[in-house]
Ligand binder design. Structure first.
Ligand SMILES: C[S@@+](CC[C@H](N)C(=O)[O-])C[C@H]1O[C@@H](n2cnc3c(N)ncnc32)[C@H](O)[C@@H]1O
Length: 212
């Protein structure tokens, strides 16, 4: 999925600080027991999420798309001691696995899982967030964006994953719904004067969006 050659990716992964053992366990378990394990952020992206979160030391983190809870745990590493992370997931079958995975970490008590469609849940969240990780259904990225920007504090960071969509984003032959929706999202954010944007060609593409 990454645009760098696999050997370079592995080299960077091997030399980067190793994640906690429970994260490696969760990654292995995700590959063994879920249908689409490639959805997990994985080791190097997990370390990047952790590093960015530690830089911001957020008191409020929001995630859309929990899957097995891996990225939430990486983001939680940067939480301020009184901070809280909320993660939204629509697949109720994942609930037990997520909570069991989170319970392996020291951040469990600072993390809340809300099961349900994120578009329905978001209007009921009254918090303002310092850091948001957008990693749910790609067709709705633009719909989420407007709502999320309203919930992000000035100076806060919104990270949007999969913005290169395995390179399909620049392949004019690719006209499926998800690719088209991601193109619209990327174009809209790049023109939006309310934010600064850096698109990183990291893994499947990670947009770093800072609200002015
Ligand atoms: C790419 S995975 C998330 C991976 C996870 N963030 C990680 O890095 O380990 C996307 C997740 O979003 C969930 N999802 C899809 N549509 C959703 C929706 N409308 N509301 C909430 N979650 C949704 C899927 O069930 C899936 O678990």
């Amino acid at each position: 999925m990454s645009s760098v050659v696999p050997e370079i990716w592995t080299y960077c992964e091997n030399l980067s600080t190793a994640p906690s053992e429970y994260l490696d366990q969760i990654e292995r378990d995700t590959h063994l027991h879920t249908l689409q394990p490639r959805m997990i952020s994985g080791r190097l992206q997990g370390r990047l999420l952790s590093m960015l979160s530690k830089m911001l030391a957020p008191t409020r983190i929001l995630e859309l798309g929990t899957f097995t809870g891996y990225s939430a745990l990486c983001l939680a590493e940067g939480l301020a001691p009184t901070g809280k992370l909320i993660s939204l997931e629509n697949n109720a079958e994942m609930q037990t696995r997520i909570l069991q995975n989170w319970a392996k970490s020291p951040y469990f008590k600072q993390m809340e899982l809300i099961i349900g469609d994120a578009l329905q849940t978001l209007p009921h969240l009254n918090d303002t967030f310092d850091l948001i990780f957008l990693d749910a259904d790609k067709q709705n990225y633009l719909n989420y964006y407007e709502i999320l920007l309203g919930k992000l504090r000035a100076g806060g960071i919104l990270l949007a994953d999969n913005v290169l969509w395995s390179g399909k984003i620049i392949d004019q032959e690719a006209q499926d719904k998800k690719t088209k929706a991601l193109r619209l999202f990327n174009d809209f954010v790049s023109q939006d004067k309310r934010v600064e944007l850096v698109m990183l060609p990291f893994r499947d593409g990670l947009s770093c969006i800072r609200k002015k």
